[in-house]
Design a protein around this ligand. Structure first.
Ligand code: NDP
Length: 289
């Protein structure tokens, strides 16, 4: 199968590498050096320009937001071929993806939103969970392509459903990281050793991915790697909140989480990792971890 892959960032780079083991993958990236390196190291083909990625059975986008995806769709619309499947693996906005899907359908191109979860390590090890929105037939087609990237591939519902559930699950994680950081800081202020506080939390009902995997390294060992940009996480929670507004839903904790993440982004800047919100929790208490 010929695949045009657009967006070789932290997630896209390893995803395209796995796809190239089974398919003829042509890569394009805004910063061309990354695409050149990918082609050199992983036997992919370097697209001479963006339009060349449209000469494919499947186009995959892995970009920051639906805005960048839409810009790429604008540029590729004149070149796309009838029958092509467009898989958008970006964590995007379901409202935008439904419009994108309609625009592409007019050109005979099917669209599936297929955001992923599992972080960079999941993309590297091809163990991502991939949640997809589209018709059952398009889902089957997309699953056949993305099975090399993930362990769990789920059909969520029509176009937009994958993007919707993705931002909701990231919102759950955001609120969990925040409340866990607050309570662990309070434990520390009460004189409880942080490793003990984590051990008790993880042996009890406060246990979560945040307490088991995300926070121990940062809070107990002082290591703060960049694995997922806070800017991306903030964007996901803001999309979730916009969906809540659209549904006239009452989601006060979601609204507060969004406010806290946006404020943290202003404080920490574009290049901060999402777990660095724990630093803001500490700063709000006049201390550090
Ligand atoms: P990165 O910031 O690492 O990469 C973004 C990619 O998009 C780069 O290839 C970048 O190109 C490209 N890009 C940015 N702006 C534009 C533009 N205007 N036009 C064309 N290309 C552009 O992001 P990630 O790979 O981390 O994330 C991608 C998506 O996956 C996001 O929606 C994120 O929320 C989601 N995600 C990320 C996870 C993670 O752990 N990182 C986990 C799960 C989902 P360039 O190289 O030129 O900058």
């Amino acid at each position: 199968m010929r695949i045009g892959f657009i967006g070789l960032g932290a997630m896209g780079y390893p995803m395209a590498r796995h796809l190239a083991k089974e398919h003829d993958v042509i890569v394009w990236n805004r910063t061309r050096e990354k695409a050149e390196r990918h082609a050199r190291e992983h036997k992919t083909r370097l697209a001479k320009d963006l339009a060349e990625t449209a000469d494919a059975d499947v186009i995959i986008t892995m970009l920051p937001t639906s805005k960048e995806v839409d810009e790429i769709v604008d540029k590729l619309l004149p070149s796309v071929r009838r029958g092509t499947l467009w898989i958008d693996a970006t964590s995007g906005d379901p409202n935008v993806s439904r419009l994108t899907s309609k625009r592409l359908a007019e050109k005979g191109v099917q669209f599936v939103d297929a955001p992923v979860t599992g972080a960079v390590v999941g993309a590297e090890n091809a163990t991502l969970t991939i949640m997809m929105g589209g018709t059952p037939e398009d889902f089957e087609r997309a699953r056949d392509v993305l099975r090399v990237n993930g362990k769990t591939l789920i059909h969520v519902g029509p176009v937009g459903s994958g993007h919707a559930i993705k931002v909701l699950t990231n919102s759950i994680m955001g609120a969990t990281v925040w409340i866990t950081s607050e309570c662990l800081l309070l434990a520390k202020q009460l004189g409880i050793d942080i490793k003990t506080a984590l051990a008790v939390t993880n042996a009890g009902s406060g246990r979560s991915n945040a307490s088991e995997n995300l926070l121990p390294m940062r809070l107990a060992e002082g290591k703060w790697p960049l694995v997922f940009k806070l800017a991306h996480h903030d964007k996901d929670i803001r999309i979730a909140l916009s969906l809540a507004h659209q549904q006239h839903a009452s989601t006060p904790l979601l609204a507060l989480t969004s406010q806290l993440f946006s404020a943290s982004l202003h404080e920490l800047g574009d290049q901060a990792d999402y777990i660095e919100v724990a630093k803001i929790v500490a700063r709000m208490n006049g201390t550090e971890w």
